[in-house]
Design a protein around this ligand. Structure first.
Ligand SMILES: *[C@@H]1O[C@H](CO)[C@@H](O)[C@H](O)[C@H]1NC(C)=O
Length: 134
């Protein structure tokens, strides 16, 4: 009885030390997600935010491609939405709209967001997203 308790305690201590030793990138919140929706309040998906990793709206996320209407950006991050895949700004202005928009924390309706030269409509234009810690 005593031995199994001691074994359990040492096992837990080992697990705890292992968990504590896991490196955490400063400034990143492992649980942070960006929520995007294809319509207001519907078709929503929570995408895990991995700092500076490009989220391509391809493969399993292709139903979101050129469909995002609203976005909720988590605190501590700034996210850039691109009209092109690969999180690259083409500089091309499609349909009179910037090729990228930059959003800070908040609930955004993409019909009216801050563009590079004033308020712009970015609804149904996003093909990739990248977020960075502030
Ligand atoms: C995203 O897609 C573009 C175009 O298909 C590709 O060049 C790029 O490597 C992809 N990036 C990621 C992070 O998957």
């Amino acid at each position: 009885m005593f031995n199994s308790k001691a074994l359990l305690a040492s096992t837990l201590a080992t697990l705890f030390c292992f968990a504590s030793a896991t490196p955490v990138k400063p400034g990143t919140d492992a649980s942070a997600t960006i929520q995007v929706c294809t319509s207001v309040g519907t078709g929503c998906v929570n995408l895990p935010v991995v700092s500076d990793d490009c989220i391509n709206l391809t493969g399993g996320l292709s139903f979101l491609n050129k469909e995002i209407s609203t976005a909720t950006v988590p605190g501590g991050f700034i996210c850039t939405f691109f009209q092109d895949f690969g999180c690259t700004a083409s500089g091309v202005v499609n349909a009179g709209t910037d090729s990228e928009i930059v959003l800070q924390q908040g609930n955004w309706h993409l019909t009216n967001v801050p563009g590079l030269s004033g308020p712009t409509n970015f609804e149904d234009l996003t093909s990739s997203i990248v977020c960075s810690p502030l």
